[in-house]
Design a protein around this ligand. Structure first.
Ligand SMILES: NC(=O)c1ccc[n+]([C@@H]2O[C@H](COP(=O)([O-])OP(=O)(O)OC[C@H]3O[C@@H](n4cnc5c(N)ncnc54)[C@H](O)[C@@H]3O)[C@@H](O)[C@H]2O)c1
Ligand SMILES: O=P(O)(O)OC[C@H](O)CO
Length: 338
């Protein structure tokens, strides 16, 4: 394998809350960044006013961060292309960008989800659509609430890639005084952690909305981690990955933070709102667990893995089960050893 070149220039495709924040992290790390926004007015606002008010109100973006609504311009000459769009639209987005992707660039996913139509993880979708070997595909995942990172509050994360040298090169490109990336080679474990924690956060939110306290949240986090680990191990992940930043770390952050869109969505359901009402309140921002609860439940069925929390979250979100009886059902299951 040829030595991996340093990552000097990066394109971030998707100027929502995480894409914009991650572009700021890269720029603050001294990496040259181009950010692609779907809407021209968002790109114009970033270039003219150094802010993205619709997604990150009050955040001043770095001088060197340039935005464009032209994906070809964004990716031209990039050593890495960061994909920061929702997981259910990644395939379609990437198919449009595929003809202009630089031939040797590392393709980095920020999305946390499992595709509904195929049950594939994001790295698999990228490998298929971009037609690249998996050692060119990386994932960034960890306890990374965008709003906190945009405010430069310290956090750690994981850059995962089957090619360790490539992970190290990207780790360098996104290391700042407030953002500390670790490397990992376990793509399966990192990606399943990120997708499943959104579903468990929906359950935690429902518990909060029902008026339950920290014992309930902690029980859901711990049993959620157990069912995520069961699925991951069945799919070939390293069990220890689930105890790391992208596993337990992200699960705790998302389940406990009122900033989490998934937890907030669940809380609204717990308070009696419908899925449509909770969706309207999200103002177009994605709560990935609402769709991934279904793909993860199907993946679990395919591998014969029991995931009772994901199962009830799916039934609340898509089959009309109310959160209160869902809680009764979870507690009333057959007694068993831990
Ligand atoms: N926001 C966070 O704190 C955070 C942190 C870590 C990971 N993530 C993950 O990153 C991914 C992106 O999240 P985000 O927070 O930036 O989402 P967001 O909803 O804030 O923004 C999504 C972006 O994708 C763009 N987009 C392009 N094509 C689209 C399409 N067809 N439909 C909808 N949007 C489209 C939108 O214009 C927008 O710029 C998600 O998978 C999310 O789970 C988010
Ligand atoms: O706001 P959420 O629920 O999409 O979570 C954001 C990040 O994934 C937290 O790490």
């Amino acid at each position: 394998m040829a030595p991996v070149e340093p990552v000097r220039r990066v394109a971030v495709l998707g100027a929502g809350s995480w894409g914009t924040t991650f572009a700021k992290v890269l720029a603050d790390a001294g990496t040259e960044v181009r950010l692609w926004a779907r809407r021209r007015e968002v790109a114009d606002e970033i270039n003219a006013e150094r802010r993205n008010g619709g997604y990150l109100p009050g955040v001043e973006l770095p001088e060197g961060l340039r935005a464009t609504d032209d994906a070809a311009e964004a990716v031209h000459g990039a050593d890495a292309v960061v994909l920061a769009v929702p997981s259910q639209t990644l395939r379609e987005n990437l198919a449009g960008w595929q003809p202009v992707l630089p031939p040797e660039a590392t393709l980095v996913s920020l999305a946390k989800g499992v595709e509904l139509s195929t049950l594939h993880r994001m790295s698999q979708v990228i490998g298929e659509v971009a037609d690249v070997p998996m050692d060119r595909v990386a994932v960034v995942s960890g306890p990374n609430l965008a709003v906190e990172i945009a405010a430069e509050q310290p956090t750690a994360t994981v850059v995962a890639c089957p090619d360790h040298d490539r992970a190290v090169a990207f780790q360098r490109a996104c290391s700042t005084s407030y953002f500390r990336p670790y490397t990992n080679v376990d793509l399966i474990g990192i990606e399943l952690s990120g997708a499943c924690k959104n579903v468990i956060a929906l359950a935690c939110g429902m518990a909060v909305g029902l008026g339950f306290g920290d014992n309930t949240a902690s029980s859901l986090i711990t049993r959620g981690l157990a069912e995520t680990t069961r699925l991951g191990v069945a799919l070939g992940a390293e069990p220890m990955t689930f105890a790391g930043l992208a596993g337990l770390g992200d699960l705790v952050a998302t389940c406990m933070s009122p900033l989490s869109r998934n937890r907030t969505f669940g809380e609204r359901l717990g308070r009696g709102e419908t899925v449509a009402e909770a969706q309207r309140a999200a103002h177009g921002q994605v709560a990935e667990g609402v769709k991934s609860c279904s793909s993860i439940r199907q993946l679990a069925a395919r591998y014969g893995v029991e995931m009772p929390i994901a199962d009830v979250v799916h039934r609340v979100c898509h089959e009309g089960l109310a959160p209160a009886p869902a809680a009764v059902e979870l507690l009333g299951r057959e007694r068993k050893p831990e």
